[in-house]
Design a protein around this ligand. Structure first.
Ligand code: SAH
Length: 348
């Protein structure tokens, strides 16, 4: 006898197929699926149940909420809900999910890298992070970014399957245009994601690539992946991304004294010139024992201005959650996990 499957690991098509094979009417099965994903309710059957790890810890800084879910074996996923005001005035929420616990990429500026890779998350554990935000914290999620712990291209089968579920119109129904996969920039992974984005329904999936440096010398010093796959190879891979009107997001963590001069900005723009992209400047968030401070506001402003002066589309990422180690590159801090949870007494 197998353990019952988890509905969070199934698309509505998979669920109704399996239900039909067990004699359930497809229309009834579809209702059950919708109720599970739209209301968070599901009566377990002998062959399928709804299971999401409960929330272990919550920390917040203003409206930014970092939460963890404990998996078997005392490992924890980490996710962050980031609010931002939409053009209509209604607050929008982006959920930043983890695809792995820890990471094998070894980027020197990133907290998660300090843990090494501990576990690949399954699709149901990735979807489980959405389920927890939606139904345990009761937050409507508008966008999903794979920018939490882990390298998505290191766990692509599960990441792609999770996206199929998250985008399922009978399920979470988050349009692929509202889902971004952020990668360290591995060519083979980008090629596979590009194939996925060519499938009907997924054309608008967004790709974010962590460039973080203007040249191979600096990139290899802070991102070990670059020694195996230098920037020219990465550019070739990015040029295969199906455009469909969506610009690639180029992430650039601005680290004082490492990659933050106006000359670096010009060199970066030169490198990016063949590509239709938006540069997203991310002020460095100091990891534990960081050799570098956060950049001064003026240096973020002058770097961003220099990019724009080169005719390149650029945005700066708002820093959210730094004080609770919930900002970009700060997930996976073991000390925070051992600290007593700040339990919310009011619903969020
Ligand atoms: N492995 C994926 C996704 C996780 S990192 C990737 O490399 O893209 C998500 C983003 O946070 C990346 O753009 C990364 O460069 C950035 N980041 C990592 N550490 C950071 C830090 N300490 N401060 C600011 N951004 C950081």
């Amino acid at each position: 006898m197998h353990d019952p499957a988890n509905i969070l690991a199934m698309t509505s098509w998979q669920f109704t197929e399996q239900a039909a094979a067990r004699g359930l009417a497809r229309s009834h099965a579809l209702e059950l699926y919708r109720t599970a994903f739209r209301e968070g309710r599901f009566n377990d059957l002998d062959w399928v149940r709804l299971e999401a790890a409960s929330i272990a810890n919550i920390v917040r800084e203003f409206d930014t909420i970092k939460f963890t879910q404990e998996l078997h074996g005392s490992l924890e996923t980490e996710s962050v809900v980031l609010p931002h005001s939409g053009s209509s005035g209604r607050a929008r929420n982006t959920l930043c999910v983890s695809s792995q616990i820890g990471c094998a990429m070894g980027c020197t500026f990133c907290e998660t890298a300090q843990m090494g890779l501990m576990k690949n998350l399954s699709a149901e554990q990735i979807v489980g992070q959405w389920f927890a935000a939606r139904f345990m914290l009761n937050i409507t999620i508008d966008n999903i970014v794979f920018m939490g712990m882990g390298e998505p291209t290191d766990n692509l089968d599960q990441v792609i399957h999770a996206i199929r579920i998250l985008a399922d119109r009978n399920g979470p129904a988050i349009a692929p245009a509202r889902i971004a996969v952020s990668t360290v920039g591995r060519a083979a992974g980008i090629a596979r994601l590009a194939d996925f984005a060519r499938e009907a329904g997924f054309h608008k999936l967004r790709l974010a690539v962590s460039i973080n440096a203007p040249n191979d010398r600096i990139r290899s010093a802070i991102m070990p992946i670059n020694r195996a796959e230098p920037m020219a190879a990465l550019m070739q891979a990015m040029l295969t991304w199906p455009a469909h009107g969506q610009r690639i997001l180029i992430e650039y963590v601005l680290i004082p004294g490492v990659n933050d001069s106006v000359e670096h900005a010009a060199e970066l723009c030169e490198y990016l010139s063949p590509l239709h992209c938006t540069v997203n400047v991310i002020p460095y968030n100091p990891r534990r024992n960081s050799p570098w401070p956060a950049p001064a506001e003026e240096s973020v402003a002058s770097f961003t201005k220099a990019i724009a002066a080169n005719g390149q589309f650029v945005k700066r990422r708002q820093t959210l959650g730094r004080s609770v180690m919930a900002a970009c590159g700060q997930l996976g801090n073991p000390t925070i996990r051992r600290r007593r949870a700040i339990q919310l007494t009011t619903p969020v």
